[in-house]
Design a protein around this ligand. Structure first.
Ligand SMILES: Cc1cc2nc3c(=O)[nH]c(=O)nc-3n(C[C@H](O)[C@H](O)[C@H](O)COP(=O)(O)OP(=O)(O)OC[C@H]3O[C@@H](n4cnc5c(N)ncnc54)[C@H](O)[C@@H]3O)c2cc1C
Length: 304
C-alpha cells in the first residue's frame, strides 16, 4: 500500500462518513466531471476547519465545493478530497443576517424578505451558496454581494479561524481577495436596508425565466470585458451562437452561455471556449477571461 492510500485510509478512519470515488458531475451545474477520490459533507461550519486540518496533516489535497454553480471539474475527477459545504444555518438580528457559508443565496433572500429587509433582491434567482457568492463577488442587475457584506469569518491552516471586515475582501467585478488567499469562508454577515416594495418587481422575478437559457448551464462563461462591451454581444456579433463541440453548444438565446446538451465533457467545453476567445480576439481585439472556474484533477485552475 503506498503513502497516498495509507493517508486516505487514515482520513476515512477519522471521518467514517467519507465516501470514495464520488461522481462529481451531478453536483455541478454543467453536469461535468469525473469522480473524486474522497468526498465529505460538512453540515456545521466548524466541521470545515476540522476536516481541512486533518486533510492538511495527511497531505491530502482538498477543494471546497459550494453549490457547484460556477465550477467545472476535470473529466478525470479530483485526486484528493472534495469538501461539500452543507452548513446552512441563518440568523437574523435587526438589519443583519448572519449565514453559514453553505446557505443558499435563495435561502438568505427568503429570510431577508421575511424580516422585511431588502437591497439584495435584484439577486433573486442567482444560484449557489453565500460562500460561493462571496468568493466571486456574485451579482446581478447592478447589485453585488460585496455591497452588503459587513464581515465574514474565515479559516485557513496558518491563521486558524478569524473574522475580517468588508474592506479586507477587496471586492470588485466578480472577484474578491479570496481568489488569491484561498481562505475558506465559514460564515458571512450582511447588513441590509429595509425592504422597499419596488425592490421586488415582477420584471425582476421573471427576468431569469425570460432571458436565461435552460438546461445544464452555469451562467455567463466569460466575464464582461467592460460594461459597454458585454461578452455575449461580442460573441453574438462574431456569429458564434449555435457553435458546437461535442455535446457543448453556444446558446442561441445568449452568446455568453454554454450548454451541455447531453454528455458533454470539460475537454469539449474548453475547446469551444478557446475557439470563442480566439475568434473574439481576432475580430475585436478584446481578450475574454472566463468567469466559470475550470479545474484540473489536482484542483489547479485551468487558464484558457
Ligand atoms: C443558471 C445560473 C445563473 C447564474 N447567474 C449568475 C449571475 O447572474 N451572477 C453571477 O455572479 N453568477 C451567476 N451564476 C454563477 C454562480 O451562480 C455564482 O458564481 C455563484 O456565486 C456560485 O456559487 P456556488 O456556491 O455554486 O460556488 P461553487 O461553484 O461551488 O464554487 C465556486 C468557487 O467558490 C469557491 N467557494 C465556494 N464556497 C466557498 C467558501 N465557503 N469559501 C471559500 N471559497 C468558496 C469554490 O472553492 C470555487 O472556487 C449563475 C449560475 C447559474 C447556474
Amino acid at each position: 500500500m503506498n503513502d497516498d492510500s495509507i493517508a486516505k485510509k487514515r482520513f476515512i478512519k477519522r471521518f467514517p462518513q467519507t465516501q470514495s470515488d464520488k461522481d462529481l458531475a451531478p453536483l455541478t451545474a454543467y453536469g461535468i466531471g469525473g469522480a473524486a477520490d474522497l468526498y465529505i459533507q460538512a453540515h456545521h461550519m466548524l466541521d470545515i476547519p476540522e476536516i481541512i486540518q486533518q486533510a492538511h496533516e495527511l497531505h491530502i489535497p482538498y477543494y471546497l465545493l459550494g453549490g457547484g454553480r460556477n465550477i467545472v471539474f476535470s473529466d478525470k475527477g479530483f485526486r484528493g478530497l472534495i469538501i461539500h459545504n452543507k452548513a446552512m444555518s441563518i440568523a437574523v438580528r435587526e438589519n443583519k443576517i448572519t449565514a453559514e457559508s453553505g446557505a443558499m443565496l435563495a435561502q438568505v433572500l427568503a429570510e431577508a424578505r421575511k424580516h422585511k429587509l431588502g437591497g439584495i433582491m435584484k439577486m433573486v434567482g442567482l444560484p449557489g451558496t453565500i460562500g460561493g457568492a462571496l468568493y466571486g463577488n456574485a451579482g446581478a442587475q447592478g447589485v453585488e454581494i460585496g455591497d452588503f457584506v459587513t464581515k465574514a469569518t474565515l479559516f485557513d491552516y496558518q491563521n486558524g479561524v478569524h473574522t475580517e471586515n468588508s474592506d479586507y475582501f477587496q471586492f470588485s467585478y466578480r472577484t474578491s481577495i479570496l481568489k488569491k488567499t484561498h481562505e475558506t469562508v465559514l460564515s458571512v454577515t450582511l447588513t441590509l436596508p429595509p425592504l422597499d416594495p419596488h425592490d421586488v418587481t415582477p420584471e425582476i422575478i421573471t427576468f431569469r425565466a425570460k432571458k436565461q437559457p435552460k438546461g445544464k448551464v452555469a451562467g455567463s462563461f466569460f466575464k464582461n470585458p467592460s460594461p459597454d462591451k458585454p461578452a455575449g454581444m461580442l460573441i453574438d456579433k462574431a456569429g458564434l451562437k449555435g457553435l458546437r463541440r461535442g455535446d457543448i453548444t453556444v446558446s442561441l438565446m445568449h452568446g455568453n452561455w454554454l450548454i451541455n446538451e447531453g454528455n458533454g465533457t470539460q475537454k469539449e467545453l474548453i475547446e469551444l471556449a478557446k475557439h470563442i476567445k480566439e475568434t473574439v480576439h481576432h475580430m475585436f481585439d478584446v481578450t475574454l477571461q472566463p468567469e466559470n472556474i475550470l479545474l484540473d484533477e489536482r484542483g489547479n485552475k485551468i487558464d484558457i
